[in-house]
Design a protein around this ligand. Sequence first.
Ligand code: FMN
Ligand code: MN
Length: 484
Amino acid sequence: MAYRDLREFIARLEREGELKRIRAEVDWNLEVTEITDRVTKAGGPALLFENVKGYKTPLAINLFGSLRRMCLALEVNSLQEVADRISDYLDFQSPQGLLDKIKLLPKLVEVGSFFPKSVRTGPCKEVIKRDNLSVLDFPIIQCWPQDGGRYITFPLVFTRNPETGKRNVGCYRMQVFDDRTTAMHWQTQKHGAEHFRRARTKFGSGRMEVAVAIGSDPATVFSSVIPAPPDLDELLLAGFLRREPVELVKCETLDLEVPANAEIVLEGYVDLNEFRREGPFGDHTGFYSLADDYPVFHLTCISHRRDPLYLTTIVGPPPEEDYFLGHAIERILLPIIKLQFPEIVDLHMPAEGIFHNLMIVSMRKSYPGHARKVMNAIWSLGQAMFTKCLVVVDADVDVHNPRDVVWKALCAIDPERDVQFTLGPVDTLDHAARLPDFGSKMGVDATRKWPGEGYSRGPWPDEITMDPEVKQRVNSRWRSLGLD
Ligand SMILES: Cc1cc2nc3c(=O)[nH]c(=O)nc-3n(C[C@H](O)[C@H](O)[C@H](O)COP(=O)(O)O)c2cc1C
Ligand SMILES: [Mn+2]
């Protein structure tokens, strides 16, 4: 059975010894961050702050902040289980004979059961407020000293593509300007930003409806971070992950739906011609991302549970909670990437590379220049386009072992020959790029070079390994050598 909501997940974490309640008074201003940062970096538990200064609403944080909790969130023993389930579906892509087709039927029926489903009402409607609205009714934190203000850091932002009518859900931070207005930090390449642009082109002026859910069952929360293709409903992925449809209720004032199990729902709109300075914000990179102009969210209605929980997270010097969310995405998307690029064996984005700064890809090379083809594949693949440094290694390199990568990659390169620069879109958070959202990327072909790639000094040398027979002999004599 899937988690019904956020609180059921929290209860599970508590039973598993993965959650600590903090009853002491803690300030929303920086203190929550300082405590959570220490706990995450020490590999500690999820936290439920029950006494945030000035607030009755408890604040939940670090719920996804370890590999174990990420697995508990997705109800698996290892992320590989999710990847295997995906591979299972992808295997059935083109059924060969009748038997394959018959085997496909139950899968299709199952997929049908993952689509989100509308219900009449739900717990998120227990309290509905249309007057005296304030987002500051909830214990929104200021994360870092130089932040532009208080930020809602873990919202599920719902919009509709004005051309196709399709839904998008993304997690985009919201800086609080006052009780009823916040920023909407849609980075330019993200789907929320695309909806906003299309609405501007289509209507020129007016409003675009936006609904924000805070706190839902963990698969639904996680789905808001997944870099799904445009117009693919993240809630279908959530349904797949939890093996049960996400139940949706209509908003009170908008033609949008939100998860019925949400803790808090903010209904509102962005004006298509209004922008306001957002930031700075202590970001995923461990640095403050620069202030810039973003659309403004106006609140028109709030609904919430009778006793809501406020879900938030912090980002900052790695590793923080976002590392584990990103790592789950890496593991889960790998089979899909391999389907399209079967030469790719594995890939990894180390925590210190903040996802977009460093990706290591291992591959089986079949023809000259193949590693460069893989670079172009990665740079054209959804949000992997942001990858600033891409190191391509042979299949025998363990991409998850930095010692293996550093050693073998550096031995394999003639830098001038093997480094490839290209220009293109870069992560909005990249403060080093020459321009916002545009800059260069570097690919390093650290595979063994072939004669067909101009390596003419003789055969590429073998990696040193000892004769197995000698190893065996020494094994059997090891004790007698007195070296232990
Ligand atoms: C804690 C957290 C905060 C995030 N904040 C933002 C943000 O402010 N703006 C943004 O564009 N992406 C942000 N992201 C990344 C997006 O959620 C992610 O790229 C997602 O795939 C976007 O959805 P989309 O592909 O439907 O646009 C954040 C991710 C996490 C985990
Ligand atoms: Mn999307």
